[in-house]
Ligand binder design. Structure first.
Ligand SMILES: Cc1ncc(COP(=O)(O)O)c(C=O)c1O
Length: 422
């Protein structure tokens, strides 16, 4: 088969007039002002960023990055294993360990590479992995890479995870068993059911608990993450986090009290050994974010104030949305093209929010992923709510619209006949 044939179906799909009109992704942001961005010359309120604390534009953070560039240069010049390891990385690892409540940390270049490298180093092909069905693609890729038996459990369900564990014990009695969940799920915004899931760990101390807290860090537990929010950090064996969300940078880390396991990861993670180190500016950014978070935890409080305001607003509009405890608030639309069209209309009304469609979410379960930042002003939030209110009516996506569409059609003749016969 020729290489060009391989892509024909996708090329046809993406170049169809329908797709050309509605394709929503790879929007070229020409400039960012934090809570606002400029796209094709239009200024838009950003309502889909993971920069939850709005620190990417904090002057102290930017200055820390500039100073790091002056001291270490713009690029690392090699992997950490060879010529790219900086004292800055080691300082960051020590600070992060204390922040998330673990003894040791290993920093990687991105969150994706952290999951891929750490999971591939920690898990082996005769292991069993209990895997929440909604876990992120980077976790899936890491697990696939190990060749271990992956057993999926129903999203956030302790019962389902326990059933899987019992099956694993039966079929693989000698295997090491891992349980992997996210702290805050990236699409739904659901917070992990840690109080219940951790009971499984407490009843089975040899179960290895791995928590991907990409979206919990900086957000829950006054910024210290999901495990600390629920007071269970000591029960979680591995906490993975990213710098690409609330930490205003890129990069990722794995934290644990198991020193030997992390020393192994540090010396065996292919994505650490064979990939360039985290650039100095990115590492310094995270260190300054940690300084700010420790000094100004009220930034997180403002995020919650905003989240509450938005939830109330969505409820008043009648939107069907992910009613959870995080600043990721998906608006459920269902139909893929409707979601694409609503997103486009939001842009016209000055709001940047993108749809998630199949395969990112199940078929027919398209959503608009909205996410908020602690630096959004009330005026900006009002613009977003007004735009969503108008579009929800126009596109018939309010709960009352869906209920009306599902209600049985009243047969007035039948009523009249019944009255006549009585
Ligand atoms: C749950 C989760 N884990 C890992 C990652 C990967 O992180 P990064 O973007 O830093 O590579 C993401 C980001 O999309 C995520 O949402």
């Amino acid at each position: 088969m020729k290489l060009s044939k391989r892509f024909q179906a996708f090329t046809r799909l993406i170049q169809s007039p329908m797709a050309k009109e509605h394709y929503a992704y790879f929007q070229p942001i020409d400039r960012s002002f934090g809570t606002e961005v400029e796209v094709h010359g239009q200024r838009l309120i950003m309502a889909g960023s993971n920069d939850y604390l709005g620190l990417t534009h904090d002057p102290r953070v930017q200055e820390a990055a500039i100073q790091a560039i002056k001291r270490w240069g713009t690029g690392p010049g090699g992997s950490r294993f060879l010529s790219g390891n900086m004292t800055l990385h080691e300082e960051l690892e020590a600070r992060l360990a204390a922040f998330v409540g673990k003894k040791h940390v290993v920093v990687h270049t991105t969150g994706f590479l952290t999951n891929l490298g750490a999971i591939s180093s920690l898990m082996q092909k005769d292991d069993v992995i209990l895997f929440d069905k909604e876990n992120h693609a980077s976790i899936q890729e890491g697990c696939n890479n190990t060749g271990a038996r992956i057993m999926y459990f129903e999203h956030n369900s302790r019962d389902s995870a326990e059933r899987r564990l019992a099956q694993a014990r039966e079929s693989h009695p000698d295997s090491v068993c891992f349980l992997i969940t996210e702290g805050v799920f990236s699409m739904s915004g659901d917070v992990a059911n840690m109080p219940e899931l951790i009971k499984i760990k407490r009843a089975n101390p040899d179960l290895v608990f791995y928590l991907d807290d990409a979206h919990g860090l900086g957000v829950l537990g006054r910024g210290r993450g999901t495990a600390q929010h629920f007071g269970v950090a000591q029960d979680v064996d591995f906490i993975m986090g990213t710098f690409s969300k609330a930490m205003a940078s890129t990069g990722g880390f794995i934290a644990s009290d198991h020193e030997d396991a992390l020393t192994y990861v540090k010396n065996n993670s292919k994505t650490l050994i064979f990939s360039a180190a985290l650039a100095a500016a990115n590492a310094a950014t995270v260190l300054e974010c940690l300084n700010i978070l420790e000094a100004e935890p009220e930034r997180v409080d403002r995020l919650w104030e905003i989240t509450r305001k938005i939830r109330t607003g969505y409820r008043e509009i009648g939107l069907e949305f992910g009613d959870n405890e995080s600043p990721i608030i998906p608006i459920y639309v269902g139909d893929e093209f409707k979601a694409l069209r609503i997103s486009k209309e939001l842009f016209k009304r000055g709001v940047f929010a993108l749809p998630a469609i199949y395969p990112a979410v199940p078929k027919g379960k398209a959503l608009i992923r909205t996410a908020y930042m602690s630096t959004h002003t009330d005026a900006q939030l009002d613009v977003v709510l007004t735009a969503l209110g108008e579009l929800a009516r126009e596109f018939g996506i309010r709960v009352q619209d869906t209920q009306a569409a599902q209600a049985p059609v009243r047969d007035d003749n039948a009523g009249a006949m019944a009255a006549a016969s009585s």
